[in-house]
Design a protein around this ligand. Structure first.
Ligand SMILES: Cc1ncc(COP(=O)(O)O)c(C=O)c1O
Length: 431
């Protein structure tokens, strides 16, 4: 088949030969265009947390489309945008008081980086422009997010990115392999921030951005005490701390946000994906009251933040977001994740017996199974395993040498068993 589509992050030639096409989805399953049901162990792309086709979300979108198709968010708004902002703030850790809406995680990250720089500017500290990311971090594909990301291959082809950027190391080493939840060792990796500040002069650094749990880079949970240390160092040196919770928000680790799960509150928090259950594109940045207030000091009529998107707070997205929050409550998803996560994690860990498995990392309803690379063919083994799983009725994601899993949070015990037994058989059949 040849089509005009150029798909993101896709090898187009194999895709055109054998496109993977889906027609429908409901609950835990997709149905392919050939009518085959496939269990979705990726929650779409880490986003369909409440399961596919939730009737309340579908109905809310339908109703919103018929009532108010669009209104600009520049100098005006609509009630659902205000309500969604209030409800998100009510669920967020105390001190995150405002929400700026975007349409994706990438836009949320670039918005957060801009807010961080502009915050220091607004306070008269224009030297603070540098940004610090972390190895294996993924922060979307805008030039800002890509600059702070820690995955070199994704930057290679796009020329100079933001200049004033440095990176922390991944807080993980071989000693933490096969440990479930937060590794006990590794808080000392936060000291690398002190070393970076020695090199860069703390008075020139605007912010540090990390995913509380590294997601796309391969599911690495923060060692116990690590995020607390980052928070302390940021406070001591006047840096803002940004958590990118595009994956970890909305129940993925058994709490509304990873900040709550790990007991550390950032100054800015990016959201997307699970915010609307993936049903309408939407992202956002939660902002602390102190950061927001720094912007509110100039002349009353002046726009405080020269930034925004045509589709910020789109009525359909706000309707989907409000309905998603209701569905989360109604289904008790956070509690369900906390209850089923031990089974998920221990079943994952049993794969350590497989000869090809180098590491298993799991926290909440996230998991990465890292495979030994095939000589001379990076990523080929994981891609082959994912293909076998798909043929056996389970959709998993190959990412580098990892199989990454992040099912809808409504997954039940039988489905957990199905995911890992399918993956186990695919590993056994793979050379
Ligand atoms: C942590 C994180 N930040 C940002 C993004 C970018 O989000 P989007 O693809 O919606 O732009 C992603 C996407 O996977 C992500 O995982």
């Amino acid at each position: 088949m040849t089509s005009s589509l150029w798909a993101p992050f896709t090898a187009m030639r194999p895709f055109n030969r054998q496109p993977m096409l889906f027609d429908r989805a409901a609950g835990m399953h997709y149905t392919t265009t050939e009518g085959r049901d496939v269990l979705d162990a990726m929650a779409g792309l880490w986003c369909v947390n409440a399961g596919h086709g939730q009737p309340r979300i579908v109905e809310a979108i339908r109703e919103a489309a018929g009532r108010l198709d669009f209104v600009s968010s520049f100098k005006m708004s609509h009630p659902a945008a205000l309500t969604l902002a209030d409800q998100l703030v009510a669920k967020a850790p105390a001190n995150l008081d405002k929400v700026f809406f975007t349409n994706s995680g990438s836009e949320a990250v670039d918005t957060a980086l801009k807010i961080a720089r502009a915050y220091h500017q607004a306070r008269g500290d224009s030297r603070r422009t540098k940004l610090i990311g972390r190895a294996k971090g993924y922060h979307g594909m805008g030039f800002g997010g890509l600059s702070v990301s820690g995955i070199g291959r994704q930057k290679r082809d796009f020329g100079p990115l933001l200049g004033d950027v440095a990176h922390l190391p991944l807080p993980y080493d071989a000693g933490s392999r096969f440990s479930l939840g937060q590794p006990e060792q590794g808080a000392h990796y936060a000291d690398a921030l002190l070393h970076l500040l020695e090199v860069h002069d703390p008075a020139t650094v605007a912010a540090v951005i990390v995913e509380p749990v590294t997601g796309s880079g391969g599911v690495y949970a923060p060692p116990l005490g690590y995020l607390q240390k980052l928070r302390e160092i940021c406070d001591r040196h006047g840096l803002l701390l940004i958590f990118d919770e595009v994956i970890t928000g909305f129940g993925r680790v058994g709490h509304g946000f990873a900040a709550e799960a790990f007991g550390v509150t950032p100054d800015l928090m990016t959201l997307a994906k699970g915010l609307t259950n993936g049903a309408v594109p939407m992202g956002g940045v939660l902002v602390s009251g102190a950061v927001y207030e720094a912007f509110m000091q100039g002349p009353e009529q002046a726009i405080e933040l020269m930034h925004g998107y045509t589709y910020s707070a789109h009525p359909l997205a706000c309707a989907a977001g409000l309905a998603t929050l209701e569905v989360h409550e109604e289904l008790g998803l956070n509690a369900h994740v906390r209850q089923i996560a031990p089974l998920w994690q221990n079943t994952a860990l049993a794969l350590r017996e497989q000869a090809l498995v180098l590491d298993v990392r799991a926290i909440g309803l996230l998991c990465a199974v890292e495979l030994k690379p095939r000589e001379g063919a990076p990523g080929a083994r994981a891609a082959g395993v994912a293909q076998r799983c798909f043929e056996a009725g389970v959709l998993v994601r190959a990412s580098g040498e990892n199989i990454v899993l992040s099912p809808p949070l409504i997954i039940n015990q039988e489905q957990v068993a199905q995911v890992f037994s399918t993956l186990g058989k695919a590993l056994e059949a793979t050379r």
